[in-house]
Design a protein around this ligand. Structure first.
Ligand code: GLC
Length: 421
């Protein structure tokens, strides 16, 4: 970018919560802020939440333009083809129409030289609210190909976008199938390697879970949102199996149903009922969502990632590695680009409780092996996830997007009657 002109970057996030896409956005903002302190940056959020305060702490201005409830709750999960689903989709469309006026106004007021949008709903809205015609970058964090509604909407709006940043090669492949023609760049997320480090305070997980302090237990934990595909049930089943060979294992489920999309997440009641059914009472603790994940990770002996579908990237995998912990990862998607089986992670087949149980037993019975994996994991995180690398790559993508006009004019793209007009 020409450094003499004022650069105004507008970030748009659908959610104000702290899931993976949002924590990675914080690090991205930190990276850009550090590399270009003179730029004016603003984040517009579709919902208020802890993301806003963290971003303000970086000196980035924020503004909430709140999604109406119908819009916030709508996504592919739970829509299905049912009458109920169709009614929900209809209400969301109506809600989106009103919302667009508010968002268009907020965008115009900021006068961006570039827009960087995360979250599918926000990305579609950004395409329709960009009256200033600033280059629009979509930052894609999830597979869109398998989402029937979203993939259609993304394809219809891709024409307004200059570039898509994707969080792994695996997501890039999927995205290119959905939106062929739109330029893409794979940029791996970064994490704060000083905060996510082996040294530092550790949380008292037993107290947080309301359990008696465990002596001599091996603590294994699944951290994340309660999204159904994150593999909580597989983890619980695997834990039950693994405890037959390694009764010292104690499991923790850390997180909560933090997103608003209807039907996409487990509830705490569902998960704890399942744990009870499996005879895991007293052997698994539920720790509510923790904004500061590093002390929680440091309290574990192994970090479990159990997604039943390919993981687009897997923040928790690199966070666990950076803290020098043994990581057990479900080997598919972007996670496969990070975790190297037996070198810096134990791995298992997505959705397969038996193979996860084997990895849990291995981790439980081999403390020296855990330490070796942790050391190799820290090196892997340092190689992949430096904030300086992220800053350079993102600024490079911004530069590229300025020379990359939208690949076909938005007006030429037909959309199904009334759905998104
Ligand atoms: C989304 C993806 C997750 C990724 C995160 C950050 O939450 O599902 O895999 O780690 O974004 O890119």
């Amino acid at each position: 970018m020409v450094e003499s002109e004022e650069v105004r970057v507008l970030y748009l996030s659908a959610s104000g919560q702290l899931g993976g896409a949002e924590t990675s956005l914080i690090e991205l903002l930190r990276a850009v802020r550090t590399a270009r302190p003179g730029w004016t940056m603003q984040l517009i959020l579709g919902a208020d939440g802890p993301l806003r305060t963290q971003v303000e702490g970086l000196g980035v201005a924020t503004r909430v333009v709140e999604f109406p409830a119908h819009l916030a709750k709508t996504g592919d999960s739970g829509l299905g083809g049912s009458l109920n689903g169709l009614c929900r989709a209809g209400s969301a469309v109506l809600a989106a129409v009103g919302y667009r006026t508010a968002l268009r106004k907020a965008v115009a007021e900021f006068q961006p030289s570039l827009i960087h949008a995360t979250g599918f709903k926000m990305q579609i809205l950004a395409a329709r609210c960009n009256a200033t015609r600033a280059p629009l970058i979509w930052h894609i964090h999830d597979y869109v190909g398998r989402r029937r509604l979203m993939s259609k909407l993304m394809r219809w709006h891709a024409g307004s976008c200059s570039l898509a940043i994707v969080n792994s090669r695996s997501v890039e492949e999927d995205f290119q199938r959905t939106c062929p023609g739109l330029a893409t760049r794979t940029i791996y997320n970064a994490i704060d390697l000083d905060r996510f480090s082996p040294a530092g305070p550790a949380a008292d997980l037993d107290a947080l879970a309301g359990m008696p302090a465990g002596a001599g237990v091996v603590r294994v934990g699944l951290l994340g949102t309660y999204a159904r595909w994150k593999g909580h049930l597989v983890f619980l089943r695997a834990l039950m199996r693994a405890r037959q060979a390694a009764p010292q294992l104690r499991g923790y489920i850390i997180g909560g149903p933090i997103y608003q999309t209807a039907g996409s997440q487990f509830s705490l009641e569902e998960l704890s009922a399942h744990a009870t059914e499996l005879g895991l009472t007293g052997h698994v603790g539920f720790v509510p969502f923790q904004a500061n994940a590093a002390p929680v990770i440091r309290a574990l002996d192994a970090v479990v990632h159990a997604s039943t579908e390919p993981e687009p990237f897997g923040m928790v995998i690199v966070e666990g590695m950076a803290c020098g912990k043994a990581v057990i990862a479900s080997l598919a998607g972007g996670a496969k680009e990070i975790a190297q089986p037996g070198v810096n992670a134990l791995t298992h087949t997505p959705g397969d409780a038996e193979s996860l149980a084997d990895a849990l037993v291995k981790a439980a019975l081999d403390p020296a092996g855990r330490t070796a994996l942790g050391t190799a994991g820290r090196a892997r995180a340092e190689a992949l996830c430096r904030t300086e690398r992220l800053g350079g790559e993102v600024i490079d993508a911004y530069r590229l997007s300025r020379f990359q006009p939208p690949y076909r004019p938005h007006e030429d793209v037909s959309s199904p009657a009334g759905l998104v007009s």
